[in-house]
Design a protein around this ligand. Sequence first.
Ligand SMILES: [Zn+2]
Length: 304
Amino acid sequence: MNTDVTKFDNEIYQIDVHMEGKPQRMSCYYIDSSDPILIEVGPSNSFPYLISALESLGIQEIKRTAITHLHLDHVGGIGHLNEKYKENFVYVHELGLKHLPNPERLWKAVSDVYTEDWLKKNWGEIKPIPVEKIKKLNDGADIKIDKNRIIKALYSPGHAKHHYSFYDATSGTIFMGDTLGLIYPHGNFVQPNLPPPDFNKEVLFSTLEHIEQLELKQVAIAHFGIHTNPYELINNAKESIDLWLQFIDNLPDLTQQEASDKLVEWIVANYRSLDIDDKTISNYIGNGNFEMQINGVRNYLKYQ
Ligand SMILES: [Zn+2]
């Protein structure tokens, strides 16, 4: 089997799409069943990895895809996917109806944060898809994937206002996109991911508390992978978010860059005090966009 694919129980496949050319940055998921579903497509530059992984599993056709939210690292490759698989339709938050046929606004929003050059090089351009290929999700909606198996769509705002998670009671898995945060290899802790303009602590915590009520065996996150200690990780995420908010709120009046440098310095010191090894630390720090975190948190604090 292709090393970019990891099989889990209950026919769940985790696919590493080598975001930004690096392994273990972005996971998509495929659930094999009588009516299979792909969860996330990744950015368009990662599309060749997604296709080669699907082909290594003998999958010739994708008919439906569920997207957690409209950030381009999750949905950017959707036009490429729909070009290849003519029958594919996409389950997404209702804002997708407006933005996926005309993705200029999505592109502009991300290029304001990352710059257009960075985006083109690292994630690639998003192609539009026709509106008739989009199905809007409703909170609590059931997506039937087998006679006795249902994926429940749960509205999950906090990281983004257009975020859904997908709950599979059969396997006890919540596919939760970026709602939890980031877990990179060797890390058994969560690094918050709190981007502008939507990050809101109360909204995010209420989403996490709702998810905690479910019977969970594992969380499947986008960045990165499946983890079998769901309740511990959710608590860890909440604790870390509280600490980050306190730290950023107490920073003096610094530029975004200066504040980001202070945040990184503080995170590294925290991780060292927890005896986290240097390789893991540099993975978390090297793959983070801390100016964006400062911006997201400040934007939230401004309205408190
Ligand atoms: Zn993401």
